[in-house]
Write a protein that binds this ligand. Sequence first.
Ligand SMILES: C[S@@+](CC[C@H](N)C(=O)[O-])C[C@H]1O[C@@H](n2cnc3c(N)ncnc32)[C@H](O)[C@@H]1O
Length: 251
Amino acid sequence: MAREKPHLGTVQETLLIPLYARAVENRKEQALLRDTRAEEIVASIDYDFARFDAPSLTGALLRTRLFDRWVTEFLSVHPGGTVVEIGTGLNTRYERVDNGRARWFDLDLPDVIELRERFFTDSRRRTMIAASVTDDGWAADVASHSSGPYLFVAEAVLPYLHEPDVRQVFDLLGERFPGSLLALDTAGPGFFDTQDQHDALSKVAARMRWYCPDPAHPAGWRPGTEVVSSHTLTSLPDALIAELPPPPTSR
Ligand SMILES: C[S@@+](CC[C@H](N)C(=O)[O-])C[C@H]1O[C@@H](n2cnc3c(N)ncnc32)[C@H](O)[C@@H]1O
């Protein structure tokens, strides 16, 4: 079958980096995670993925493992809860951690959802939504087709928005889904300031727009918001580290 060129906007193109990280990892004997679907998708897209070959792909995989763990923990407490992937890209978290009962939504910009529809289909419990996270129309869609508790997942998404838009997302979630959880990652100032030299991000045109020196900072934007848990790639939960394969040098 002929491979197709993706037609993606600037920030949308960044989804190809974590997708490629998961695809490459899946070929390894001892992998940080398994993702056969990512490998199939990469094989069917006409794009120079090899330019992303760089050490930071490991960081992207560890981040994904942490987000997978947060979703698994949420579903263990709320098996019939709702997971909303904000800026889902070609993420395959449902394939990795769905429990057979939860309601899932995969939200991203229209050109991403158009691409995503080539590889994924909606089902009774799983729905794609083409919208910007900053347009509140999607919230009504989610609310009318699900019930809580809600976990909103924004992996490698919010740093690409300007801070007023990130604040708008916090307000939207706080107002429309009070008491819900939001899993997000932030970029610190050091990472932000050196992004032009980043080994993968520098290969695309998109740049991060928001950095955050301390996760407690955005929690201060809305009264009642609290940080439940916070990790860096060098302070991952012990239980997660215990599940990882040994580092390559000792393999
Ligand atoms: C680095 S990719 C991460 C994709 C996915 N979360 C993953 O980890 O594989 C960033 C994603 O954020 C999406 N995104 C950026 N701005 C957005 C917006 N305003 N609304 C919805 N999605 C957005 C992009 O289209 C892209 O899919």
